[in-house]
Design a protein around this ligand. Structure first.
Ligand SMILES: NC(=O)c1ccc[n+]([C@@H]2O[C@H](COP(=O)([O-])OP(=O)(O)OC[C@H]3O[C@@H](n4cnc5c(N)ncnc54)[C@H](OP(=O)(O)O)[C@@H]3O)[C@@H](O)[C@H]2O)c1
Length: 264
């Protein structure tokens, strides 16, 4: 029987119950990774776990958890260890977005966003990195956004949270040079998932919206290549290059034109 270099390796994917996380789990399973699937919706995780083990012959377990709860990352790490599972590849994908004017949006929702997008992502990275370093082998894929490259009016907290993800992950990838552990930041542009349904972002021309499968495949390849940062799609890469060479007043203004979201 043919073997695959990833046979027996295990990936933990946060936010695997839908959207990009589900697409990443599908790509990883197709490449023979065993999986730990994490999100809040247990039924969605279980259905996906059953489907992927039947289709690809990989071992799948679910880890239902709310990363908005302080201490959730520590509880997940403990449970994964107690189960004797070694995580070789960590995907920090879970995230949420709130759209609208900062002052009009509910404060608790925005603090919840920071807890999931920043605090839990940082804690998961810290916890799962230690055993990877001890083994001198591992991969981390953190999902940021094209929004990490610019301030986005009406997505102020979301874009700032993604700037954190990118800056943190980029610095870490340098710190870990030569350690055997790589960190890759995936920066998708607008992607057709539940996150953007009904938002101003979701109303962009369809040619500017990527599908989750393509983004996931690009992210997987970048991660396996140990690439520090990957912007998904050529159009998004060109947009990022454009942003880098413009004055900040112009970038702010364009961000405001692109997203004139109101509170939902
Ligand atoms: N879609 C885009 O246009 C786009 C663009 C750039 C970057 N991104 C980033 O891509 C990542 C995935 O987003 P998506 O578009 O796939 O969004 P999505 O379809 O809304 O999926 C979000 C995932 O995160 C999970 N999640 C949300 N809150 C959670 C919590 N408190 N605890 C645990 N899991 C939680 C959700 O599962 P449960 O609800 O079951 O918990 C779901 O699986 C995010 O980090 C997002 O910022 C998306």
């Amino acid at each position: 029987m043919a073997t695959n270099e990833n046979d027996g390796q295990c990936a933990l994917v946060t936010g695997a119950s839908g959207g990009l996380g589900e697409a990443l789990a599908r790509v990883l399973a197709a490449n023979k990774f065993n999986l730990v699937l994490l999100a809040r919706r247990r039924d969605k995780l279980q259905d996906l776990a059953n489907e992927l083990s039947a289709a690809h012959g990989v071992r799948t377990t679910i880890a239902p958890a709310d990363l908005g709860e302080p201490g959730a990352a520590q509880a997940v790490f403990q449970a994964v260890n107690d189960a004797g599972t070694q995580v070789d590849l960590l995907v920090n994908n879970a995230g949420l977005l709130v759209e609208g004017q900062f002052n009009a949006l509910d404060l608790d929702k925005q603090l919840q966003l920071l807890q999931v997008n920043i605090v839990a992502m940082t804690a998961m990275t810290h916890l799962f990195l230690a055993p990877m370093l001890a083994r001198k082998r591992g991969r981390i894929l953190n999902v940021a956004s094209v929004a990490s490259f610019m301030p986005v009016p009406n997505l102020a907290v979301y874009a700032a949270s993604k700037a954190y993800v990118r800056s943190f992950s980029d610095a870490l990838s340098q710190e870990l040079g030569g350690s055997g552990v790589t960190v890759t930041t995936l920066c998708p542009g607008v992607t057709a998932t539940d996150m953007v349904k009904g938002t101003e972002l979701g109303k962009m021309p369809s040619m500017m919206i990527m599908d989750a499968k393509t983004v996931a495949e690009e992210g997987y390849r970048a991660c396996m290549a140990g690439k520090p940062v990957h912007v998904a799609g050529l159009a998004n890469e060109l947009a990022v290059q454009w942003i880098k060479y413009q004055p900040s007043w112009l970038v702010r203004a364009v961000g405001g034109l692109l997203n004139q979201g109101r509170e939902k």
